[in-house]
Structure formats: structure tokens, C-alpha cells
Design a protein around this ligand. Structure first.
Ligand code: SAH
Length: 222
């Protein structure tokens, strides 16, 4: 089902994701309708599959973006602060910004400057995107996402768009209490999505969801 949601247009893709129950929340549907994937994916933007964006990175498949939003949804209320690690194309950063608007903020962090520039350009292709950048609702920064981004902490939600080889303590340290981290984790050569909740008392609860295939979270290329 995950791969059968492609459409001829952004609207058709999202309608198919909804029909296949990959989008369950109207808030997520509306946020995804506001962001045209063609501004972020250089080819086949409305196919439900990952697409290369250069620099060994990919824009994740639409059903994975939907699933990440579904998993974090409780923490994506208007006004929330969000960190999107491995922001790549900037697509998910833009969708997250729509979910937490009008008063929320999202920081997208990537360790490749050309991708930081590309995500800013991509978002600038729409009037709404430009105004989110101008107002500071969205900011793209360059840095090693394994350390989080303490300048914007604490966050209600942190999304990681690349697979982590270990538990990066900085990420849960930078969550609010309560707050939620969505992270693909490599274990024994396989990757699984984990959702880590930081509870009111500061304790952590980890839940393993499903198998995935992401670009690894690595050292920056030379
Ligand atoms: N959410 C993005 C996914 C891009 S692919 C999208 O859908 O467009 C994963 C991204 O993680 C790449 O852009 C890569 O440059 C970035 N990345 C890998 N390791 C990183 C690190 N240590 N810090 C920050 N970004 C990293």
C-alpha cells in the first residue's frame, strides 16, 4: 500500500495517501496540500518513492513524510517548536511549519551547506514559503544534527531524517518535558523507526515502530 499512492498532481498524491490510510489526520492532509512537492523534488515529485536530490541525499517518500507527521502529531500544535534534522530538500520542514503555524517555529538543520541553500531556495518558490522564511517561522541552518541545535532548544518535537547509529543524548536533552523524538536507528545492519517520549518527570520511553531505509546520519563530507 505504501508504494501505491502516486498521483499525477500534488492533490492526487495526497488524496491517494489518505485513501490508503497513510495520512489519517485532516491537519496533516491540509499541511501537505499547502506544500507543493514539485518545489522540492527535482524529478517525479508526485511519485510515492524517495528521489535523489544530489550530495548522496534523497527527499524521502511521501508516505514516510506522512508517517513522521502522524507519529509526532500530538506535539505539533500551533505554537510548537520543532527541529528537523537532516532537512535535505526542506520539504518536511515546510510541512511541519504549516502544522505548527501561525505561532510555531521550525528549524531545519543539515550538514551540507549546498543543501541548506537548496532548501531555502525551494521554500522561496512559493509566496507562503517566502513569508515563513521572512518571518522566522522557518530557519535553515548548517550543523551536525547529531548534536541537535541548542540555540533553538528546548523543542516540542524533533524529527530525524537520517539513520542514527547510536542514541545521541543531545537530542533527548533538547526535548521539552513532555516532548517527542522521531528517529530511524541502525541496529544489526537494519533500520527501524523509534519514537522516544520524554515524559513530564524527564524519564524516557522508547517505542520501536517499523523497518525503514534512510540515508545514514554521518560525519560531514570533506
Ligand atoms: N528530510 C529530508 C531527508 C534528506 S536525506 C528530505 O526528505 O528531503 C538525509 C539528510 O541528512 C541529507 O540531506 C544529509 O545531508 C543529512 N545528514 C546526514 N548526516 C547529517 C548530520 N550529521 N547532520 C546533519 N545532517 C545530516
Amino acid at each position: 500500500m505504501a508504494w501505491r499512492s502516486s498521483g499525477a498532481t500534488n492533490e492526487a498524491l495526497i488524496a491517494n495517501l489518505e485513501r490508503n490510510k497513510l495520512i489519517q489526520s485532516e491537519r496533516i492532509r491540509d499541511a501537505m496540500l499547502k506544500v507543493d512537492r514539485a518545489h522540492y523534488a527535482p524529478a517525479s515529485p508526485y511519485e510515492d518513492s524517495p528521489q535523489p536530490i544530489g550530495h548522496r541525499a534523497t527527499i524521502s517518500a511521501p508516505h514516510m513524510h506522512a508517517s513522521a507527521c502522524e507519529s509526532l502529531l500530538t506535539y505539533l500544535q500551533p505554537g510548537a517548536k520543532v527541529l528537523d534534522i537532516g532537512s535535505g530538500s526542506g520539504y518536511l520542514t515546510a510541512v511541519l511549519a504549516n502544522l505548527v503555524s501561525p505561532s510555531g517555529t521550525v528549524i531545519g538543520i543539515d550538514h551540507i551547506q549546498l543543501l541548506v541553500d537548496m532548501s531555502t531556495t525551494n521554500m522561496g518558490k512559493s509566496e507562503e514559503g517566502r513569508s515563513m522564511l521572512d518571518s522566522g517561522q522557518v530557519e535553515f541552518v548548517k550543523g551536525d544534527g547529531r548534536k541537535g541545535w541548542k540555540e533553538g532548544a528546548p523543542y516540542d518535537a524533533i524529527h530525524v531524517g537520517a539513520a542514527a547509529a547510536e542514541h545521541h543524548i543531545a537530542l533527548t536533552d533538547q526535548l521539552k518535558t513532555p516532548g517527542r523524538l522521531f528517529v530511524p536507528v541502525v541496529e544489526g545492519g537494519r533500520q527501524h523507526i523509534y519514537v522516544v517520549d520524554k515524559k513530564e518527570d524527564g524519564s524516557l520511553e522508547r517505542k520501536k515502530l517499523f523497518g525503514v531505509q534512510y540515508v545514514p546520519l554521518t560525519d560531514a563530507p570533506e
